[in-house]
Design a protein around this ligand. Structure first.
Ligand code: DOR
Ligand code: ZN
Length: 351
């Protein structure tokens, strides 16, 4: 028996679109389901000021497929040299809705990121004053810290000092992967929220490594033990408004992933919504899918809910998704959850 659910059109509060031909290839995958996305600024070179954010936003708008209704929301990439006035003007004028903090060296194109957190104190104070949220890639880069512990250590060593020194700063812990991060959010107030990706709800570290290395499951933060996957799954599906969807869909060409030193990122723009329906159904929480994908994030960022709707349908037999997305520079593998999925997007109404 087919089953339908109808939700407010979703938003993706953490998305990598890149630029040039890759942007043009991947953007339609997002616009076919999502009404808005918070676009990450880790380009080469990164989006560090108003001028960059304006031209990047224009390039994205140019690449929106004809007839699609989609709004990119922009971020600044914080550096130790970010000009607080430029940031405040960009935020107050609506050009950006957040700034992203990458500890230097933490992930793809993060070498412009922050090395000395003291150097961004005045910027963070200014952000708290104007209400601009700080999105954080919450992992330490200390080579002595095991990669599987980097998120948990970040909470104590970096995040707690930041929010203690700058009370009132609104923080989004991006793409959380640990029970520690879930508990951290729950222990704080509405100023601390977290995004959760689609892929981290499906995979644990065994999926990456057992039976042969799976480069398309490698992303950062790297997936952790099963107990952590269960914790983020419980958080995502539990209805708490501090947890919302940020897919972290991160396109990399296959030849950059299937190599001796592969890039981090899972490309989930194509099938995130059906995969989420699968997880929420499994957790007996389909009624919370709309909150997670369409309401909690909008509330956090203070924007209205989308007016369109998405109808997801459960089929009797498993559905299939494209294995990869062609681009002029090569293929980009679509995330394969490794289990049968029965959900698909039946219809998207834009208004
Ligand atoms: O897996 C990831 N890919 N994690 C990140 O933090 C960055 C992203 C990318 O830009 O490829
Ligand atoms: Zn990301």
């Amino acid at each position: 028996m087919n089953k339908n659910i109808r939700i407010i059109r979703p938003d993706d509060w953490h998305l990598h679109l890149r630029d040039g031909p890759i942007l043009r290839a991947v953007l339609p995958e997002t616009t076919q389901h999502f009404a808005r996305a918070l676009v990450m600024p880790n380009l080469l070179p990164p989006i560090i000021n108003s001028q960059d954010a304006k031209s990047y936003r224009d390039a994205i708008i140019q690449a929106i497929p004809d007839g699609a209704n989609f709004e990119p929301r922009m971020t600044f990439y914080l550096t130790e040299e970010t000009d607080p006035d430029d940031l405040a003007n960009a935020y107050n004028s609506g050009l950006i809705i957040a700034a992203k903090l990458y500890p230097a060296g933490v992930t793809t194109n993060s070498s412009w990121g922050v090395r000395n957190f003291e150097k961004v104190r005045t910027i963070l104070d200014r952000m708290a004053e104007i209400g601009c949220p700080l999105c954080v890639h919450g992992e330490v880069t200390d080579p002595n810290v095991d990669i599987f512990d980097r998120e948990a250590v970040f909470l104590d060593k970096i995040l707690t000092p930041i929010i203690t020194q700058t009370p009132g700063l609104r923080v989004v812990m991006e793409h959380i992967t640990t029970k520690d991060a879930v508990d951290y959010v729950l222990a704080h107030n509405k100023y601390v929220a977290a995004t959760i990706t689609t892929h981290h709800l499906f995979i644990n570290r065994n999926d990456i490594l057992v039976g042969g290395i799976k480069p398309h499951y490698y992303c950062l933060p790297v997936a952790k033990r099963e107990e952590h996957r269960v914790a983020i799954c419980t958080a995502a599906t539990g209805g708490d408004c501090r947890f919302f969807l940020g897919t972290d869909s991160a396109p990399h060409l296959d030849h950059h992933k299937e190599t001796a030193c592969g890039c981090a990122g899972c490309f989930t723009a194509t099938n995130s919504m059906p995969l989420l329906a699968h997880i929420f159904e499994q957790e007996n929480a389909l009624s919370n899918l709309e909150g997670f994908s369409s309401r909690h994030g909008a509330n956090f960022y203070g924007v209205p809910f989308n007016t369109g709707q998405l109808i997801l349908e459960k089929k009797d037999t498993p559905v299939t998704f494209p294995k990869s997305l062609p681009t002029p520079q090569g293929e980009i593998t679509v995330f394969d959850p490794g289990v049968k999925i029965y959900w698909q997007v039946k219809k998207m109404n834009e208004t």
